[in-house]
Ligand binder design. Structure first.
Ligand SMILES: *Cc1c(COP(=O)(O)O)cnc(C)c1O
Length: 401
């Protein structure tokens, strides 16, 4: 729970260090112990019952393994505070967090508005599970803004946003979407993974439910899968109860590693931002590149809204190349020295993938002519990354046929 709503105003870097910490309870230990356990023993039946009642009232007392322990609360309290929400629940992956957030607020007969730029597995969840349970999904152009009014129906319960999209990097006008959604009685959910809890404050922009793939920047080391959902006070019980109904809980070692990663997130993100901006600027001047899709780059798509709403930028962005063949692009990627080929991002290492999402989009115009690359800029030396990219772009240019 966010125990520091407005008592002391701390600056962001300090909050990353102190939020969720409770060393008094652990004999002075800086970090929380890792609580392994299912059963929690009570002194008496009366105490057993009291504990259950307290837990239902959101007191952070141990009742049973699935209902939380201090290792998890250290992380959840910190995320809730950093995102500026009321309380936070954690899940076994980012995708599990999204699935529970949607299931908690939708029922048979409801209508869901989902951004066309959403993370592909989110889309598959809507098209399979939600469809089977009688929830209709309409995909919308991520750049729709207040025009989303025309798509809202009396039974629209949730408007789901993700900004920027993690392949095409459209920056959504979240405040406009939220205003219209609320006028129509719908709630706004957001996949806020790209910005992390530090660089976009969802609840200041009208979001009701904010989701993190904690796997990415909070964990920061590519060694844990974890998700979180943070809500306003109004929506907390609905989310919490659904989480418990699904038996969603996270292994304590993973919770520990995530809160450990969190403590260095501010400095890591600053470096991701700085290095990414340098590389984005450099790429935008290369002859092989049509445009760079990094919202923090002046002149890039979405830059104006990014500047208005975001406090920084992370290390993931897109590059639209001139119309080279897919084979030439593969030649570039296959022989990179420092950029690994793999899913996910947010770790300390650089990654590169071709972005092939055109065929799954159904609601928005395809805004690109050339092939798209997706880069994650890690914490390596920027000049080494540039050397690697320079050689890669030359491989594309020199690729025969
Ligand atoms: C990776 C990712 C997820 C899912 O996180 P997992 O922990 O891998 O399940 C959700 N949303 C976005 C934008 C992501 O990049």
């Amino acid at each position: 729970m966010n125990n520091n709503p407005d008592s002391v105003i701390l600056r962001e870097d300090t909050k990353v260090v102190v939020s969720g910490r409770d060393s008094k309870s652990f004999g002075g230990m800086v970090n929380p112990p890792v609580y392994h356990g299912s059963t929690v023993l009570a002194e008496s039946v009366a105490e057993y019952n009291t504990r259950h009642d307290s837990r239902l009232n959101d007191e952070q007392v141990m009742v049973y393994g699935t209902m939380g322990n201090p290792t998890g609360w250290a992380l959840e309290n910190a995320i809730a505070e950093l995102e500026g929400g009321y309380n936070c629940a954690t899940y076994s992956s980012g995708l599990a967090a999204i699935a529970v957030a949607l299931m908690a607020f939708l029922k048979s007969g409801d209508h869901l508005l989902m951004t066309d730029s959403t993370y592909a597995p989110t889309r598959r969840f809507c098209d399979s599970v939600l469809k089977r349970f009688g929830v209709e999904t309409t995909y919308y152009d991520p750049l729709i803004g207040a025009e989303i009014k025309s798509l809202l129906r009396p039974n629209t319960a949730v408007v789901f946003t993700e900004s920027p999209g993690s392949h095409t990097f459209e920056v959504q006008d979240i405040p406009s979407i939220a205003e219209v959604a609320h006028q129509h009685g719908a709630i706004v959910q957001m996949d806020n993974t790209w910005a992390s809890p530090l660089y976009f404050k969802p609840f200041e922009h009208g979001v009701d439910i904010s989701i993190q793939a904690v796997t990415k920047y909070i964990v920061g080391h590519s060694d844990v899968l974890l998700g979180s959902v943070t809500t306003t006070k109004e929506h907390w019980k609905t989310l919490r109860d659904c989480t418990w109904h699904f038996g969603q809980c996270v292994a304590p070692d993973d919770l520990y590693l995530a809160q450990r990663g969190l403590r260095t997130m501010a400095v890591r993100l600053r470096q991701h931002h700085k290095s990414s901006l340098k590389i984005a600027e450099w790429l935008s001047n290369r002859a092989e590149v049509r445009q760079v899709l990094y919202p923090a780059l002046p002149g890039a798509p979405g830059h104006e809204i990014w500047k208005r709403d975001f406090l920084g930028a992370s290390g993931l962005f897109g590059v639209e190349l001139k119309p080279f063949s897919q084979k030439a692009v593969e030649k570039m990627i296959d022989e990179m020295r420092l950029f690994g080929i793999g899913s996910s991002w947010g770790g300390y290492e650089s990654l590169m993938l071709p972005s092939n999402v055109r065929d799954i989009r159904t609601a928005s115009p395809w805004r690109f002519e050339g092939p798209l690359l997706r880069l994650h800029i890690g914490l390596e030396d920027v000049d080494d990354l540039k050397d690697d990219l320079k050689d890669g772009l030359e491989r594309i240019r020199n690729f025969g046929g």
